[in-house]
Write a protein that binds this ligand. Structure first.
Ligand code: ZN
Length: 152
């Protein structure tokens, strides 16, 4: 009896081992940023099998938000420039994002050195075949602080 129970346990554990890691690893990503105005990730692929996708942004630098603020903002590539320009106009108090902008699919808060923020968004908001861009909306940063995101 004990032997058969442990066999069942091994089979269940084996099935879980196949089912869980892909979910846990692929439906989330950690993006680092620094005082040199850089993300450490240039390309993100979101598996279409994910229900939601989680992004953790770490600001690994030391400079304050007022001079080296970083956020992670997701829009279509087509909308990015306009959202960035309107974000700059919205000002620092608004984290350089226009409030309730439907073109912003997801965003973290603006971070200073040593800070971190984690957000999740519904993958159903994205479509395969559309080009998405993630960027930092701090004035001037999006020229180099950006990368591509796609669903596959
Ligand atoms: Zn930035």
């Amino acid at each position: 009896m004990i032997r058969s129970l442990s066999l069942i346990g091994a089979v269940v554990a084996g099935a879980l081992a196949f089912a869980l890691p892909a979910q846990a690893d692929d439906c989330a990503i950690t993006v680092g940023s620094n005082d040199a105005m850089q993300f450490d990730t240039k390309e993100i692929t979101v598996p279409a099998s994910c229900k939601s996708f989680t992004v953790t942004l770490n600001h690994n630098g030391k400079l304050p938000k007022a001079s080296m603020g970083h956020n992670w903002v997701l829009t279509t590539t087509a909308d990015m420039q306009t959202v960035a320009n309107e974000g700059m106009a919205a000002g620092a108090a608004a984290d350089y994002l226009k409030a309730d902008d439907p073109r912003i699919i997801a965003h973290t808060k603006m971070l200073g050195g040593g800070e971190s923020d984690t957000i999740s968004f519904d993958v159903s908001k994205l479509s395969a075949g559309t080009d998405y861009t993630f960027f930092c909306s701090f004035p001037g940063h999006w020229a180099i602080m950006k990368g591509t995101l796609s669903v596959k």
